[in-house]
Design a protein around this ligand. Structure first.
Ligand code: NAP
Length: 401
C-alpha cells in the first residue's frame, strides 16, 4: 500500500476551537501536519505555535502565500468566516470553516454602529444577508476549484455515524428527529450580543443538531428516492429565560445576555412531511448535553454525544478530583459525573479532521460540505424570522427578502 499523502494545514486562530484542531490533526501524524498558524495577536500566535509544536507563527497573508499550506482551517469569530474563506479560496487553498458558515453581525450598517442597531435589524434582512454570504462562500470555492468543508463535528460523532449506518441497513423512514445542545452558558462575553456573534443559543449551539438532522434526512432521500430530502419550512421560538432571575440571587447559569436568546427552539418541516425539533440552550446545568433522538418507521435510536456512560465517576467530595477536567462545562467534580474518556472521539472532532485530510488525499468530497453549512444558515435565520413574526416561514421566502 502506498503511503497516504500528508496534507499541510494552515490553522487560523489560537482560541478554544484552534486548540481542539491542534489536538486532532496532531493525532493524525503522517496524514496531516499543521505547518503554520496565523491569528491576530503575534505574541499569542507564537505561544500557540510553541505549545503545539507548529513550525511557523505568521500572519494570514503569509499563510496564504505559503506553498506548503494546502488546506486552511478557520477557527475565528463568525464575522470573519466569509472574508477569510474567500481569500483562502482565491489563493487556491482548500478551506475548512466551522459553524456557522456565516452570520449577520451588522455588515450592511454604517461603521460605528452599536449593539442596538444590529440587534434591531429586521430579521428578514438578516436572513437574506447571512444566506447570501454563505452562498458566496460556496460559490467562491466552486469557482476557484477548491473544497469548502463544513466543520460540523456532530456528523462524525461515532454514535451518529453508527445511527446513520443502522438507518441505512434497516432502510428506515425517519419520522421525527429531536435533538439539542445545551449547557450552562458560554463564558465568552462575545456570545452575549448579536453584534459579535450574529445570534444566540440557536445559532451557536442549535447549529449542531440542525446540521445532523439535515444530513440524515438528505442521506435518507438519496437512498430512498435518489434525491436529498430537504428542509422546507420552520416554526420557532427564542427567549432569554435568565432575565427572570433576580440580580441579587445566586445562579450557576450564564447571565447578562445583551440582546440574543439564551434558549432557542426550531421545528423543521422536511419536504416528505417528517419533522425535526432542534434546540440550543444556555440554561442547563450538569455539563454539556448533546443528544439526538431518532424516531423512524422501524427503528428508534438515541445518540448521546455528551454526557455518555463510557465512564461514570463518583467523588464523595470536590477535593478528591480537585481541578481535574472531567467533561466540557461541568461545574463540579463532586458526586456522580460522566468523566468522558476521549471527548474528541465522542464529539466527532477527531473523525471529522480525519475525513477532511483523507478527502483531500483521495481527491473526493468530504462528508460535511459547504452546501450543508449554507442550508443550516438558512434554517437558523428563517427560524429567527419565524420567531419574530410568530408564523411558519418557508425557506423559499428568503430569496425574495
Ligand atoms: N464544536 C464546534 O464546532 C465549535 C466549538 C467552539 C467554537 N466554534 C466556532 O469556532 C469559531 C471560533 O470560536 P472560539 O471559541 O475558538 O473563539 P476564541 O477562543 O475567541 O478564538 C478566536 C480566535 O480568532 C482569532 N482572531 C480574531 N480576529 C482575528 C483576525 N482578524 N485574524 C486572524 N485571527 C483572528 C483570535 O486571535 P487573538 O487571540 O490573537 O485575538 C483567536 O485566536 C467560532 O466561529 C465558533 O462558532 C465551533
Amino acid at each position: 500500500m502506498p503511503e497516504p499523502r500528508r496534507i499541510g494545514i494552515g490553522l487560523v486562530g489560537t482560541g478554544f476551537l484552534a486548540a481542539t484542531r491542534a489536538r486532532c490533526y496532531g493525532a493524525l501524524a503522517g496524514r496531516a501536519a499543521i505547518v503554520a498558524v496565523a491569528a491576530r495577536t503575534p505574541a499569542r500566535t507564537a505561544e500557540f505555535a510553541r505549545r503545539w509544536d507548529i513550525p511557523r507563527a505568521i500572519d494570514f497573508e503569509s499563510l496564504l502565500a505559503d506553498p506548503t499550506v494546502e488546506m486552511v482551517d478557520l477557527c475565528v469569530p463568525n464575522a470573519l468566516h466569509r472574508p477569510l474563506c474567500e481569500a483562502a479560496a482565491a489563493a487556491g487553498k482548500h478551506v475548512v470553516c466551522t459553524k456557522p458558515l456565516s452570520a449577520y453581525v451588522g455588515q450592511d450598517l454604517a461603521t460605528g454602529h452599536g449593539d442596538a442597531e444590529v440587534a434591531s435589524r429586521d430579521r428578514r434582512a438578516m436572513a437574506a444577508l447571512a444566506t447570501a454570504e454563505a452562498q458566496s462562500m460556496v460559490d467562491a470555492a466552486r469557482s476557484f476549484g477548491v473544497q469548502l468543508m463544513y466543520g460540523e463535528n456532530w456528523l462524525y460523532a461515532p454514535s451518529i455515524r453508527r445511527a446513520a449506518e443502522l438507518l441505512e441497513r434497516a432502510d428506515s423512514t425517519i419520522l421525527d428527529l429531536r435533538g439539542g445542545e445545551a449547557h450552562s452558558g458560554s463564558h465568552s462575553p462575545y456570545s452575549r450580543s448579536w453584534r459579535h456573534t450574529g445570534g444566540g443559543a440557536l445559532l451557536r449551539l442549535g447549529s449542531h443538531p440542525i446540521g445532523a438532522m439535515l444530513h440524515l434526512k438528505a442521506a435518507e432521500g438519496r437512498r430512498r428516492r435518489g434525491t436529498p430530502i430537504r428542509p422546507v419550512a420552520v416554526v420557532a421560538d427564542v427567549a432569554d429565560p435568565q432575565r427572570s432571575i433576580e440580580p441579587s440571587r445566586t445562579a450557576y447559569v450564564a447571565r447578562g445576555f445583551v440582546d440574543v436568546e439564551s434558549h432557542g427552539t426550531t421545528l423543521i418541516e422536511f419536504d416528505d412531511g417528517s419533522r425535526g425539533n432542534a434546540w440550543g440552550s444556555d440554561t442547563m446545568l450538569g455539563g454539556m448535553e448533546s443528544r439526538l433522538d431518532i424516531q423512524a418507521s422501524n427503528l428508534r435510536l438515541t445518540c448521546n454525544l455528551s454526557p455518555n456512560d463510557m465512564l461514570r465517576s463518583y467523588a464523595p467530595d470536590v477535593a478528591v478530583l480537585a481541578d481535574t477536567y472531567l467533561m466540557e462545562k461541568v461545574s463540579t467534580t463532586a458526586g456522580w459525573n460522566s468523566a468522558i474518556p476521549d471527548e474528541d472521539f465522542c464529539s466527532g472532532q477527531l473523525a471529522m479532521c480525519a475525513d477532511f485530510v483523507a478527502a483531500l488525499a483521495e481527491g473526493r468530497p468530504a462528508i460535511a460540505d459547504g452546501e450543508l453549512g449554507l442550508e443550516v444558515v438558512k434554517v437558523v435565520y428563517a427560524s429567527y424570522v419565524a420567531a419574530a413574526e410568530g408564523r411558519r416561514v418557508r425557506l423559499s421566502e428568503i430569496s425574495s427578502w
